[in-house]
Design a binder for this molecule. Structure first.
Ligand SMILES: [Cu+2]
Length: 196
């Protein structure tokens, strides 16, 4: 039984006693008579009890409130302490470039010594690390790049009268090979690279 319950019981008993004894006092001429001392004691006990439990009950409530406050504070502290979820942690990792790891083919490509053309308009390789060995015998500078849907994947150095190469790890698909020197691809230095 809590102090609160005891407080209410004493309070109710006090009220009931007060009404009862007033009623008796009105009705009985002899009242309180020899019961006087007992009645006084009874009221002293009830009033004492009511007061005591009232104080204890109030203290209980204070304690409960303090505990509530403390847990609320802890909650706030926890929220502050827990780092804000970093969006990037949740975001899916960017899809890596398809890397087959397999060895692809080494292809041969040469520029024309006089025209803006390659010696081939199509190349084919199996998937993996595809290398294009490029020979430019002309005095005009050329290179060879590998692209897919207009996005450059790899490009060789640009050179005159020499050999170079370009490599890329390619998944099955259709790619383009071209010379990126302005105007050269448009003039004809491009072709299709098929990987499968
Ligand atoms: Cu070129």
């Amino acid at each position: 039984m809590s102090n609160g319950d005891l407080f209410y019981i004493c309070g109710i008993a006090l009220a009931v006693s007060a009404v009862l004894f007033s009623f008796l006092g009105l009705r009985a001429k002899e009242f309180p008579g020899r019961f006087g001392v007992l009645i006084v004691l009874w009221f002293v006990l009830l009033i004492g009890g009511t007061t005591t439990y009232s104080v204890l009950h109030a203290q209980d409530e204070e304690t409960a409130k303090a505990a509530e406050l403390e847990s609320a504070n802890e909650e706030i502290t926890k929220e502050e302490a827990s780092p804000i979820e970093v969006e990037s942690e949740k975001a899916p990792a960017p899809k890596p470039e398809p890397a087959t790891g397999a060895p692809g083919d080494t292809l041969q490509l040469a520029a024309s010594p006089s025209d803006l053309t390659f010696d081939k308009t199509s190349l084919a390789s199996k998937p993996g690390k595809v290398t294009i060995d490029f020979d430019n015998p002309a005095a005009l500078e050329h290179n060879v790049a590998i692209e897919q849907e207009g996005k450059e994947i790899a490009v060789s150095e640009t050179l005159t009268e020499g050999k170079t190469s370009v490599s890329a790890d390619l998944a099955p698909g259709t790619y383009a090979f071209l010379c990126t020197v302005p105007g050269h691809a448009e003039a004809g230095m491009e072709g299709v690279l098929t990987v499968r």
